[in-house]
Design a protein around this ligand. Sequence first.
Ligand SMILES: [Cu+2]
Length: 360
Amino acid sequence: MSERRGLRTRIASATTPGVVLRRHAMTWLFAAAFGHAGCGLPMPVLNPAGPGARPLVSLWWVLFWMTAVPAAIVITILLVAVLRARRASAESEAESLPPKTVHPRRYTAYIIWGGAVVPAVILVVLLLATFRTGRMVALPQQEPTLLVQLTGHQFWWEVRYPDHDVVTANEIHLPVGEAARLMLRSSDVIHSFWVPPLHGKIDMVPGHVNWFWLQPDKAGVYRGLCAEFCGIQHALMQFLVIAEPAEDFLAWTARSREPAVVPEAPLARRGQDVFVEAACNQCHAVRGIFEPVAGLGVGPDLTHVASRRTLAAASLANTPQNLRHWVRDPHVRKPGVRMPASPLEPDRLEALVEFLSGLR
Ligand SMILES: [Cu+2]
């Protein structure tokens, strides 16, 4: 956001029209490239980190140049024509002659070539480039080694690794250099899964399974987001993809597979009781202590919530302070979220936060 605002101020202070035009173009470029920056991690749409995104970025540049260059040529011709016409009419006025007229047939060739043939060729080339790119990214080049099941919920992501017996939320760990097969579903409305540096978008449709794949070839943390308006908190329905070396990935699955252990410290113990008294266990499982209940609604699995980097679909950093604010009233950060506020007495809230912070 700040980049955009900064640019806008500079646009306002720019004086010559040429500068304004250039700045506008830059604004749009920045908006396209960093459209979702400002909310923490940058979202480098034009900076691919895997074979799923690389052909898409190449296509983006082909589209950009094959439309920007003709646009520049047309604008230049238009400007030259306007300036010439002005000069001509000024001259004929000075000499008190009738304005010159040109026979339209002189322009027939311009219209046929510039208005029909060249644009048609450009559009066909773009169409073929798009088909080719679509084929390049439809399937992974190597056999996937991993299955990840993703379910979109208003307004968070359920993440399951059936072969590793892992359940988590809003965080997708992937081994670098390997392809993962993704099975996408939705529990409510249409969502759309998008990790710009890794691949294009794919919808998550209720009652329907879509298959997709991701293959990060650079280690790193990439931000993903819901790309289909799905309700009031659509904008805060984000997630992280954590691409790490295979051994780190396996260590993570081993840790995440473990059930939670009943805490020993009295405060956290008390928090575990508050978890039931405040009905948190109706929507949240803490495997090993509170198994999933088919009840009021569904919320993220909290077995290892404290080891996640973010809370509430990558909309808050995972700190005890944010956890406290979130549990007390999640609607402050995400109005309309599908979790009720819990107006607990300070000491019970403290105990609850202590319990949750121990779920590593
Ligand atoms: Cu969504």
